[in-house]
Design a binder for this molecule. Structure first.
Ligand code: MF3
Ligand code: CO
Length: 259
């Protein structure tokens, strides 16, 4: 973390460009992902697309992370490493992409359906996305980060889901992870204390929602986070600019089917 930074109009245009590259990459991946494909093939597609747009993959070599994107399947919450796993009918796949261009990062994630996914798992994916949109209703001047967190948690828990506490969203800009932390949960010890939102802040809001327990474990690969009970988990994230009015989504300009 490196302090809350307020972005200038020029900074915001650069972040919008990085954000568009992230968005386009996610849309390409969502269209490409199909039964029988390996997660490594998706990483290759992302790496070459990001490069073709004159950007760098933010995650590659970040604290030693070995790939360009994260691909987290089913009970994997986040930070799944692309590899030899072949997508199969009924999987859910969380795709997390970061791009760096002209000195700024964009970061976003979507969870996509592979083939025929059971209705109850589709609902988890749908509600996780709804959690993000519930959260950004509060992403306004004068509110606090905890208002966003409370909205996300309330929506998830109204469906009986577990809100991951071990990982949080974050400020973003010249660094992929800046202050403030952006949790998806709140408690009385933290509520009303988080940073107040100011115009020019850019934050990655990223609900990670589990079908069952909120508890998670980390695999021995040092990265992959999984649910403690093996039930599925979904992830949805955008880089968001706080403005004088409505929040602006820097990684979502056009809504595409299936994402
Ligand atoms: N979107 C993730 C995050 O915000 C990306 C980190 S993956 C890593 O933390 F490999 F780069 F660490
Ligand atoms: Co993030």
């Amino acid at each position: 973390m490196s302090g809350i930074t307020i972005k200038s109009a020029a900074d915001i245009e650069k972040m919008d460009e990085a954000g568009r590259i992230v968005e386009e990459t996610l849309n390409l991946l969502a269209k490409s992902a199909e039964i029988g494909m390996t997660t490594q093939e998706l990483d290759d597609i992302a790496a070459s697309y990001i490069k073709s747009r004159g950007a760098e993959a933010s995650f590659l070599n970040y604290n030693g992370y070995p790939r360009s994107i994260c691909t987290s399947v089913n009970e994997q919450v986040v930070h799944g490493i692309p590899g030899t796993y072949r997508l199969k009918d009924g999987d859910i796949l969380s795709l997390d992409v970061g791009a760096y261009k002209n000195g700024f990062h964009g970061d976003a994630a979507r969870t996509v359906l592979i083939g025929n996914v059971p209705e109850e798992t589709q609902k988890l994916v749908r509600v996780t996305k709804e959690c993000f949109f519930e959260g950004i209703r509060y992403a306004k001047l004068g509110n606090r980060i905890s208002d966003i967190a409370k909205a996300i948690q309330t929506h998830a828990e109204s469906h009986g889901y577990g809100v991951v506490r071990d990982l949080v969203g974050h400020g973003i800009g010249r660094n992929m992870h800046e202050d403030p932390e952006v949790p998806n949960f709140w408690d009385t010890a933290h509520f009303g204390r988080g940073a107040r939102l100011e115009a020019g802040m850019t934050i990655a809001i990223e609900p990670m929602i589990n079908a069952g327990t909120a508890r998670v474990l980390q695999l021995s690969d040092g990265w992959t986070v999984v649910t403690a009970d093996g039930k599925p988990s979904a992830h949805y994230e955008n880089t968001v600019l706080i403005t004088e009015g409505e929040p602006r989504l820097l990684t979502l300009h056009e809504e595409e089917e299936g994402t």
